[in-house]
Design a protein around this ligand. Structure first.
Ligand SMILES: CC(C)(COP(=O)(O)OP(=O)(O)OC[C@H]1O[C@@H](n2cnc3c(N)ncnc32)[C@H](O)[C@@H]1OP(=O)(O)O)[C@@H](O)C(=O)NCCC(=O)NCCS
Length: 221
């Protein structure tokens, strides 16, 4: 039987995170054919052999031409969420990018547009809602729940039943004890250790992580 034709997919974003996603999709999704990248800077250029073909204004045209799948490769949580919701409203399906070198439990649940990078481990009955990033080498153990557009940065270690709120960022190498809860839009500083709940919308850092000032809006990634 001939192989089914690959579906066209467009990636939003053309930075370092997009490079990782391009390689994951090439490695793991023979069912997809990358038509190009859209970026706020639409100047034509190549990223690992993939071409920047314009900015978001191309989306309606691409949709009309039959491109029905997309991936948001943008690190900033708020922006990734906004772009993802917009794409879904336009009728795009958000594909997943799960590295073949990640280890994801068969009982884990992954939403649309989720990225799981190489070396990451996602445990039994973990739940990753739409647009979550589990970055390189991060450990997300059993029954963790990562809400929409949360980002667990490289090398984090989340014990079982940790809850991470919408758009929260856990910086590089953060550790979280079992069952702790991190509120929506919180940022936990790189290398911090969370031993108790972190409220929504604060920056918490240190050993142990202590909530500090309310978060000024913007990308602290
Ligand atoms: C916590 C963080 C958000 C603070 O950013 P910021 O508000 O710009 O902080 P500053 O660099 O101005 O530092 C403010 C103070 O916090 C301290 N600090 C900053 N980051 C810290 C951290 N991760 N752990 C402990 N202390 C930290 C600084 O030493 C400084 O202390 P001082 O006032 O005594 O001199 C940032 O340092 C961080 O860790 N971001 C995570 C980045 C990341 O891992 N992204 C993932 C990309 S994939």
């Amino acid at each position: 039987m001939p192989a089914p034709e690959a579906s066209p997919v467009v990636i939003l974003g053309a930075g370092g995170h997009a490079k990782v996603v391009i390689e994951i999709l090439r490695d793991s999704r023979p069912d997809l054919r990358l038509v190009g990248l859209l970026d706020a800077d639409p100047s034509p250029r190549s990223l690992l052999g993939a071409e920047v073909i314009g900015d978001d204004s191309r989306l309606p045209g691409l949709r009309r031409e039959g491109v029905a799948k997309a991936f948001v490769a943008v690190g900033d949580n708020r922006r990734r969420e906004a772009l993802g919701v917009n794409l879904q409203e336009m009728g795009f399906e958000l594909v997943k990018a799960v590295s073949p070198r990640a280890c994801v439990s068969p009982s884990a649940r992954l939403g649309s547009g989720v990225a799981v990078m190489a070396g990451a481990v996602v445990g039994a009955e973990a739940e990753l809602l739409d647009l979550v990033i589990v970055n390189t080498g991060a450990l997300v153990d059993h029954e963790c729940r990562l809400a929409r557009a949360a980002h667990v940065a490289p090398g984090c270690a989340l014990a079982g039943r940790v809850s991470v709120g919408e758009r929260a960022l856990l910086g590089v190498g953060v550790s979280v004890v079992p069952g702790a809860s991190i509120g929506a839009d919180a940022v936990v500083g790189a290398g911090s250790c969370v031993i108790s709940d972190i409220p929504a919308g604060v920056v918490a850092k240190g050993l142990p992580a202590r909530p500090g000032e309310a978060l000024p809006r913007g990308d602290l990634a």
